[in-house]
Design a protein around this ligand. Structure first.
Ligand code: EPZ
Length: 417
């Protein structure tokens, strides 16, 4: 299993281009099941979760042709299988995104219940309730969801609480339902908006995406399209914090500052200098860093996917900060490893209290989930001495060559097989 070896203490500097968004690519790939025409996607990151979903799509009958490192042509003229098997879904929960498209266009789906993961139980009840409201017949047996429908019909769907992939699943299904669907309390993440824009170029009739109420007029069929995936705001936030924690000065290109407003505002409050342009952001070193509380929230709030990275920054800020993780039930798996490196963090339920600054020293640490592994890499960059991050396959799920990007900015980091 690969590991990353990091020599801490280098201030990052330079310019790096941010990859396409994993969490916009996954629903966009699943959307290829909604048409028999060819769907061309550009700026798809070369990460493990994308490969996993492409594997599932080809098992279902989708022909996926690689046109370039980040460019794919997909077409599903015939469905070979309606099943998303346990061994794939347990590896990646987002496989459930094939559920809505399969039921809507092919009338049948058999998808393994995802089961929990490191950060929480992660049920999909809101996905299933939404599809049932659209007329799908849902049965649960042997750990699988069986969903069937002759033709879905438009309905009012109210999500009891925000769900990103739940909104995406039901929105995709509603595109081919007969009649109008209104999604209330819909997720507003940029990745949901990007999917809606892709679906519209495929002929869907959608309004209100990016707000809490999305209206979809069903159509009989969708056609092929070309679409470029938005930049990965979570990778961008991770790289900004890498610059901040090393006292560096870094410019990110190919990004959308508007997608990170809550994060940029918070980093400014912590004392960092930030300039933004149309498709770039520059972070200058603001010293000393000031501790500041943070609460994770659905978009446009501070994203839970940057919680661990923000936490490690707070270990270097002067004062006490409290981080409240409101989205997942236990997304503090990185805390014990940070403590081993010298951080002073107390946990009480959903709240982590960090006392800083505390000098960090390099250590052998183990990643537990995608964003926790990123946090440990950032800690290694700031620590005195050598840090070895084990199980970096977690990192490879959602970051394309993060160590190369960091090395290009001056970090002393290398991957060991
Ligand atoms: C998406 O996951 C992202 N993944 C996650 O990113 C991200 O952390 C999350 O949204 C929150 O922003 C993708 O987009 C592929 P949710 P998702 O449904 O859709 C509960 C990463 O690191 N819930 O918005 O699975 C759920 O348990 C990943 O890139 C239900 O109870 O998240 C969680 O506590 C991690 N029932 C909360 O809602 C449901 O039916 C938010 O979940 C659905 C969700």
């Amino acid at each position: 299993m690969d590991k990353l070896v990091i020599e801490g203490g280098s201030a990052l500097s330079g310019t790096v281009r941010v990859s396409g968004a994993k969490n916009a690519s996954l629903p966009a790939l699943a959307a290829s099941l909604l048409t028999g025409d060819e769907l061309r996607l550009d700026n798809v990151p070369d990460v493990r979760d994308v490969s996993t979903l492409l594997q599932l799509l080809s098992d279902l009958g989708c022909r996926a042709e690689r046109l370039g490192r980040h460019r794919w042509a997909l077409s599903t003229t015939k469905i070979l299988s309606h099943e998303a098997p346990w061994e794939l879904v347990r590896k990646m929960r987002a496989s459930v995104l094939v559920l809505g498209p399969l039921v809507a266009r092919h009338g049948h789906a058999r998808v393994s219940l995802p089961g929990g993961c490191a950060i929480g139980a992660r049920p999909i009840d809101r996905h299933l309730d939404g599809l049932e409201r659209l007329g799908a017949e849902i049965k649960l047996e042997h750990g699988y969801i069986e969903a069937r429908a002759d033709r879905l019909r438009g309905a009012e769907v109210t999500f009891e609480d925000a769900t990103v992939t739940g909104t995406e699943n039901v929105m995709m299904a509603a595109c081919l339902a007969r009649g109008t669907t209104v999604l209330r309390n819909a997720a507003r993440e940029p990745e949901v908006v990007d999917l809606a824009q892709l679906l519209i170029t495929m002929g869907a009739r959608i309004d209100g995406h990016g707000t809490r109420t999305i209206i979809i007029e069903g159509v009989d069929e969708l056609h092929g399209a070309e679409h470029a995936i938005i930049a990965d705001r979570i990778e961008a936030g991770t790289l900004l914090i890498a610059a901040a924690i090393t006292g560096g000065r870094v410019t990110l290109e190919g990004v959308e500052p508007a997608h990170l407003e809550a994060v940029l505002a918070r980093l400014r409050q912590v004392g960092l200098e930030l300039e933004c342009g149309k498709r770039w952001m520059r972070l200058g070193n603001g010293r000393p860093l000031r501790a500041h509380d943070m609460v994770t929230e659905p978009y446009p709030g501070f994203p839970t996917d940057l919680q661990a990275q923000y936490m490690v920054l707070m270990t270097q800020a002067g004062g006490v900060s409290r981080i409240s993780e409101q989205i997942f039930e236990h997304r503090f798996m990185h805390v014990p490893e940070l403590e081993r490196m010298g951080a002073a963090i107390a946990l009480s339920g959903h709240v982590a209290t960090i006392e800083g600054p505390t000098p960090l020293t390099g250590a052998e640490v183990t990643a537990s989930d995608l964003r926790a592994s990123a946090c440990l890499v950032l800690a290694g960059l700031a620590a005195r001495g050598t840090t070895v991050v084990h199980r970096v396959y977690h990192l490879d799920r959602g970051y394309e060559q993060l160590e190369s990007k960091l090395a290009a900015l001056g970090a002393r980091i290398e991957r060991m097989r």
